[in-house]
Design a protein around this ligand. Structure first.
Ligand SMILES: Nc1ncnc2c1ncn2[C@@H]1O[C@H](COP(=O)(O)OP(=O)(O)O)[C@@H](O)[C@H]1O
Ligand SMILES: [Mg+2]
Length: 328
């Protein structure tokens, strides 16, 4: 059993998490922090994609600290091997036998930094853990905790020295977040102001968690109780199916993409103090849930079409449900 929380308390708690994150990380708007929290409360793994220096690593560290999760970081490099992530059998001379040495993946919150710098074989070492919350070392299977979450960062694939994540790996991320550059001089200069105040580059050491583990588990469970009307389910499904029919698209979103959009919408509703999903939740998260699952035709890419623009086009074309119930 997990503790029950009422919807007002949930909203206050979630606000506290995003407010605390915003005190360290300068976000373009609060919405991006709410989206990230949605991904986490939906029990998913999140991919952060941006150019170097936009605060990806900082943002992930801030979330790890604020949620109070045990966390580890792996810096992905071209020579990183699967065993460096999941662990391996090692010879223990003292005991004269082989023992399993568990890798850094045995944690709640894994910061997979610059994930696309490692070889696909190494990237794939995460697949079993991400999908099934377990890893297999030398034929033995070990369970990971229920809070296990990968927060991966990557530089855009056009950059040198990167190996694109295989499609199957991409599909395992519930959402992709690209923050982009801050839009105003006021916000961007705030980064420098804070640096002057903190007198160091990494202020995350002092961050205290804003939630207890029990509260986190409760939030994750409450997200599973958010009501979704049949018309909203159809709306999501229609969006997914349109990604496969669009003429710019070579590979559309999988059913897993539909599940991701459903879970994100429920978590987003919960954070906003609602125990039912509305069409706006779906619209707001569609690009985050689906853009990394859609492969475009080469011609469309050359014309400047992006997965995000395709999703926006699709959202304009799909009829938004006007009627939906708000619970049973
Ligand atoms: N939006 C932001 N808010 C606060 N600090 C930022 C922001 N963007 C960048 N920084 C600072 O810039 C530096 C680079 O950030 P980092 O997280 O290492 O970038 P990335 O991982 O994207 O390459 C860090 O010192 C970080 O504190
Ligand atoms: Mg980084």
């Amino acid at each position: 059993m997990y503790m029950k929380m009422n919807i007002e308390d949930i909203q206050i708690l979630c606000n506290r998490i995003t407010d605390e994150a915003g005190k360290v990380f300068v976000a373009a708007d609060k919405e991006v922090l709410v989206k990230i929290l949605s991904g986490f409360l939906a029990g998913g793994h999140i991919l952060f994609e941006d150019n170097p220096g936009l605060g990806k690593t900082l943002l992930v560290k801030v979330f790890a600290k604020i949620t109070g999760c045990q966390w580890k970081r792996i810096q992905f490099t071209p020579d990183l091997m699967p065993a460096d992530i999941i662990g391996t059998k090692v010879w223990k001379g003292v005991n004269s036998n082989f023992e399993i040495e568990k890798g850094p993946i045995f944690t709640n919150f894994l910061l997979a930094d610059e994930i696309n710098r490692a070889m696909p074989k190494t990237q794939s070492a995460l697949l079993e853990a991400m999908e099934e919350h377990q890893v297999t070392i030398e034929g033995n299977t070990y369970k990971l905790g229920s809070l296990f979450t990968v927060m991966a960062t990557q530089n855009p694939i056009e950059m040198e020295g990167t190996y694109p994540l295989p499609e199957a790996q991409m599909d395992r991320f519930i959402m992709k977040i690209s923050m982009g550059y801050l839009d105003s001089i006021e916000k961007e200069s705030e980064i420098l102001r804070r640096r002057v105040l903190w007198k160091r580059d990494d202020p995350t050491e002092d961050i205290k968690s804003a939630v207890t583990q029990d509260q986190l588990v409760a939030l994750l469970n409450e997200a599973e109780n958010v009501y979704v009307d049949e018309n909203i389910i159809r709306y999501i499904t229609e969006i997914i199916r349109c990604t496969r029919k669009n003429s710019n698209v070579r590979l559309g979103a999988s059913p897993r993409g539909g599940l991701a959009l459903l879970k994100l919408s429920r978590a987003f509703a919960l954070i906003n103090g609602r125990n039912f999903v509305i069409p706006d939740d779906v619209k707001l998260l569609a690009a985050n849930a689906l853009s990394h699952r859609i492969m475009l035709n080469v011609d469309s890419i050359l014309e400047g079409v992006t997965p995000e623009s395709v999703i926006n086009m699709i959202l304009k074309g799909v009829e938004v449900p006007k009627e939906y119930t708000r619970g049973i």
